[in-house]
Design a protein. Structure first.
Lengths: 222, 134
């Protein structure tokens, strides 16, 4: 079951939680690849102990680069049919991935994006909601896709899509780049509601609202 | 040119040192035009040091009040273009070393993919899918 699915988890200094995240995910999805992006803590070892394949970047390259490395790794498995991008900090639910897979198979979609705004399970601050809405507006304006959420790290991609994607934005703008490239591919995509758990841990580690400015600059000056 | 002011000497030495530094490295032919442009720029710098009034004249031609303002404007433009060019050059460099690092990381990673013939679930119906991987 789920033998044709690879979870790609960009990993950077999450030793505290990555063990649980990998173990929980592997109960449903046996294939997990963690791309250790030059962590200075024991993240890689913990992930490996929990049963994940660990690919180690020799230096820190950024989350976008880690995702692309994970994609390239997963493409090496001839049995891979689906790739799921999953966060290392424990804010994503495995049950949401299962629902996304069911949706993709039932509606023969190539891509399923997770969206925080399709139901009201996700609790985000007002400021975060405003910034995210603005990001959605910008993404919808500049790409061919029409989505309700942007910069959501939970996505399901078919092999055919992963083969044709090339993330070059190493830092945070990769999320918009991914959406833009999928929009250009003209494949069937859908959205599935996901619950993002903003724990104290993920809030402390998560990206600051200021990153919206950085993302915009990276997208404009490419 | 008998009464050179100290600052004129200092500035000229600085510009000449800059040009010498620039030409010491044997670059590709593609850089030649950029370097010729820089040479002209340096030559003009020397002229403007010797005859500071040349900036005033240029300023008047283009409708700017003073030569110093003219220099400032030119500097702002030059600095901005330098910033953007540098940013783009760094991004290009970053893309290259990312590819290198990714290759290293993947070569060192373990690869024991189960070569199962029968999979529990099928691929989505798509004309793009199902292509054999290299």
């Amino acid at each position: 079951m789920n033998d044709d699915v690879w979870l790609v988890i960009p990993l950077y200094n999450e030793a505290q939680v990555i063990g649980d995240v990998v173990a929980t995910a592997r109960a449903v999805f046996p294939h997990v690849v963690c791309v250790d992006d030059g962590s200075s803590d024991a993240s890689a070892a913990v992930a490996e102990a929990a049963g994940a394949v660990v690919v180690r970047h020799p230096i820190n390259l950024g989350q976008g680069a880690a995702l692309q490395t994970g994609f390239t790794y997963a493409l090496g498995d001839p049995g891979m049919r689906w790739v799921v991008t999953f966060d290392a900090d424990g804010q994503h639910q495995v049950s949401d991935v299962v629902a996304m897979l069911e949706k993709a198979r039932a509606e023969s979609l190539e891509v399923v994006f997770g969206s925080r705004f399709l139901d009201d399970r996700t609790q985000a601050s007002v400021l975060k909601k405003i910034v995210l809405r603005a990001a959605v507006g910008y993404t919808n304006l500049t790409t061919k896709t029409r989505l309700t959420d942007a910069h959501n790290g939970l996505r399901l991609l078919s092999r055919g899509v992963v083969e044709r994607i090339d993330i070059t934005q190493n830092r945070m703008a990769h999320a918009s780049e991914l959406v833009a490239q999928i929009g250009d591919l003209d494949v069937r995509y859908g959205e599935s509601p996901v619950h993002i758990l903003y724990t104290d841990y993920s809030k402390a580690k998560g990206q600051s609202i200021w990153n919206a400015v950085n993302i915009l600059v990276e997208l404009i000056l490419r | 040119m008998t009464n050179l002011v100290l600052i004129q000497v200092v500035l000229m030495v600085a510009v000449l040192a800059f040009v010498a530094r620039l030409f010491r490295s044997n670059g590709a032919r593609a850089q030649a035009i950029r370097r010729l442009g820089l040479l002209l720029f340096a030559a003009f710098a020397v002229v403007s040091i010797l005859i500071p009034n040349v900036w005033n004249r240029i300023a008047h031609v283009v409708g700017v009040g003073r030569g110093t303002d003219m220099v400032l404007y030119a500097l702002v433009v030059a600095f901005l273009s330098f910033t953007v060019t540098t940013y783009l050059r760094f991004r290009d460099l970053e893309t290259r070393y990312t590819r290198l690092a990714r290759r290293l990381a993947l070569d060192e990673a373990e690869r024991d993919f189960p070569q199962e013939q029968v999979r529990t679930t099928g691929a989505p119906d798509s004309p793009t899918d199902g292509a054999p991987t290299a």
